[in-house]
Design a protein around this ligand. Structure first.
Ligand SMILES: NC(=O)c1ccc[n+]([C@@H]2O[C@H](COP(=O)([O-])OP(=O)(O)OC[C@H]3O[C@@H](n4cnc5c(N)ncnc54)[C@H](OP(=O)(O)O)[C@@H]3O)[C@@H](O)[C@H]2O)c1
Length: 248
């Protein structure tokens, strides 16, 4: 898939992997980058030749995906690529006596990480179907393959989105082959999400570069960096793979 002249919608583009994805698409000639999130952050008006169109939206709000899709359909009907990138990770002790107090933030996490990417894909489908070649890329995680104990809901949302992405790909292959359905699984990446923990982290720029290059090569599943090693380990020794990720 070629990105020259395209209009591409990226959620969670104000920082981290989303910001780096904007830069990577701009380097490949994208014309307009629709950056969706709660704040514009450090996003400039342009990146190279690409214009940045910011849409302010809280995607942990159940109405957020509908609002974003409407804004895209009204002002950017030529959008042909959706990257569901926005996400959050809640560290939750589900067996603590006060575990119930986390219910509200967990509901927002499930909305942002799982329900919103799914419904945004549904709402934007009429726009994507118009193009000879279009794509939805869902950013999941290596943690979709094996969970870590400190973020059980995060890992569940990523595993759920991973399975949804595969089933959506089956449907598209059968009845809408112009819409490519892609999953990208980053390893530990050096962003605000992982601040103060982990080592040997991949830079967001290197992560984004691998994702966009994988999309360019029409890869349906993009195992970024060490995720490739994790998948191989889980195939050879599931117990070892689960043990490595458990304390990640
Ligand atoms: N970092 C890692 O190690 C890692 C590994 C695997 C997968 N991932 C996945 O990669 C994606 C990006 O992660 P990241 O590390 O780049 O995260 P990040 O640095 O924390 O950035 C998150 C982005 O999502 C936006 N966002 C957060 N809450 C939002 C909301 N309620 N509504 C709209 N936008 C919201 C943020 O913008 P605002 O706060 O301005 O709204 C920001 O642009 C996520 O899906 C994450 O799960 C990350």
């Amino acid at each position: 898939m070629d990105f020259q002249g395209r209009t591409i919608c990226i959620t969670g583009a104000s920082r981290g992997i989303g910001f780096a994805l904007c830069e990577a698409f701009a380097r490949r000639g994208a014309a307009t980058l629709i950056a969706a999130g709660r704040s514009r952050g450090e996003l400039p008006d342009r990146m190279g030749q690409a214009r940045i169109a910011f849409v302010e939206v809280d995607l942990s709000d159940p109405a957020g995906s509908g609002r974003l899709a409407q804004a895209v359909a009204e002002a950017h009907g030529d959008c042909s690529v959706l990257v569901n990138n926005a996400g959050t990770q809640e560290i939750v002790d589900c067996v603590a006596p006060d575990a119930g107090e986390a219910a509200g933030r967990i509901a927002r996490e499930i909305q942002l990480n799982f329900i919103t990417p799914v419904t945004l894909g549904l709402h934007l489908m009429p726009v994507l179907l118009r193009h000879r070649e279009a794509a939805i890329c869902n950013i999941t995680s290596g943690l979709a393959l094996a969970p870590k104990q400190s973020a059980p809901v995060y890992c569940a949302t990523k595993a759920g989105l991973s399975n949804h992405t595969r089933a959506l790909r089956y449907q598209a292959q059968a009845r809408a082959p112009n819409v490519k359905v892609i999953e990208a699984l980053p390893p530990l990446v050096d962003t605000d999400m992982t601040r103060g923990r982990g080592s040997g982290k991949l830079s967001p720029e290197a992560c984004a570069e691998q994702i966009v290059e994988g999309m360019r090569r029409n890869r349906p599943v993009i195992d970024v960096g060490k995720t490739r090693l994790l998948r191989a380990t889980l195939r050879l020794s599931p117990a070892l793979g689960y043990r490595i990720l458990r304390e990640a």
